[in-house]
Ligand binder design. Structure first.
Ligand code: SAM
Length: 292
């Protein structure tokens, strides 16, 4: 058994494999012994049949997930970690490593084939260079997942978990909040990693919603609307929404009025219901003009 949160053990394993850290792959490995057991336990809180991990590194979180879940599949892009994981996960009979890019692999098929219940909990210390794309891919691709417990940069955690309708909210708050109920579980200082990154981190849990919190006339167009609305945060909605194709300034003014909103309101002041009401009003104006 290797002590995978001991920096010297990790260094020796990596040196033996001729491995050097790649910043471009977000390779900051955890060396704080308290973090992975807590993450794995939080991930297994509700059900513990199947965990999907993204980016095992040397397998420090993987080994903890293997204790909490019946089966773990972990997806790693960097094949240079093959000899390392072969050693560190040698005795973990319930772990399978899948080599490839988590953004490209057919994760729905993997879950369907490997999970007895057909559903999964996702748990990962995410590579920071693709935090938002991975989270949005997991949420948008309609995967059979119950929850996502992930380590992200502290700023991203705060943004994702902000309340919609406050200054801290942004596109990511609304996009994630549409699919899941987010919560910050605990913070992790930069010194808990090797090499140490320039920022602190936090572990968040996203519980997938059964139903979205609001009804919108067209999901795809709602997300384009949200992107435009928060795209230029300092601008009023009247101005920021003009970057959205297909709407005249008068349409936006009319929709703001129909949604009972002041003409100079900014996106960050709107709660989820108000954003949906405004979008639905805009959508209706366009549909009526096009005779639909
Ligand atoms: N889980 C380990 C830990 O906590 O120490 C490593 C976490 S490290 C922040 C991110 C891991 O994700 C690295 O092992 C990296 O090689 C891997 N990775 C980066 N991009 C990936 C991708 N697109 N698909 C799968 N794994 C990826």
């Amino acid at each position: 058994m290797y002590n995978l949160s001991d920096a010297n053990v990790i260094r020796r394993l990596l040196t033996d494999a001729g491995f050097s850290f790649k910043k471009s792959l977000g390779q900051n490995f955890l060396i704080d012994p308290s973090v992975c057991p807590e993450m794995a336990m939080s991930a297994a809180e509700q059900e513990n049949d199947f965990a999907l991990e993204i980016g095992p590194g040397v397998g420090v979180l993987t080994a903890e997930l293997a204790k909490e879940f019946d089966k773990v599949v972990t997806v790693e892009l960097d094949e240079r970690l093959r000899p390392v994981l072969a050693k560190t996960l040698k005795d973990a009979d319930n772990v399978e490593v899948v080599w490839g890019d988590a953004m490209k692999l057919p994760l729905a098929d993997i879950i369907k084939q490997k999970s007895t219940s057909g559903t999964a909990s996702v748990c990962a210390n995410l590579p920071y260079y693709i935090t938002s794309p991975i989270i949005m891919m997991l949420l948008e691709s309609n995967l059979p997942i119950r929850d996502i417990t992930v380590m992200v940069q502290k700023e991203a955690a705060e943004r994702i978990c902000a309340e919609v309708g406050t200054r801290a909210a942004g596109v990511l708050t609304v996009s994630v909040g549409y699919y899941a109920e987010p919560e910050i579980l605990f913070e992790v200082p930069r010194t808990s990693f090797m090499p140490s990154p320039d920022v602190d981190s936090a572990v968040i849990k996203l519980k997938i919603r059964k139903e979205p919190p609001v009804n919108v006339a067209n999901e795809k167009q709602f997300f384009s609307f949200v992107k435009a609305a928060f795209g230029q945060r300092r601008k009023t909605l009247q101005n920021s929404l003009s970057s959205l194709g297909g709407y005249a300034k008068t349409d936006i003014a009319e929709a703001l009025e129909k949604a009972d909103l002041r003409p100079d309101v900014r996106a960050e002041a709107l709660n989820f219901d108000q954003l949906a009401t405004l979008f639905n009003a805009l959508y209706k104006i366009k549909a009526e003009r096009n005779g639909k």
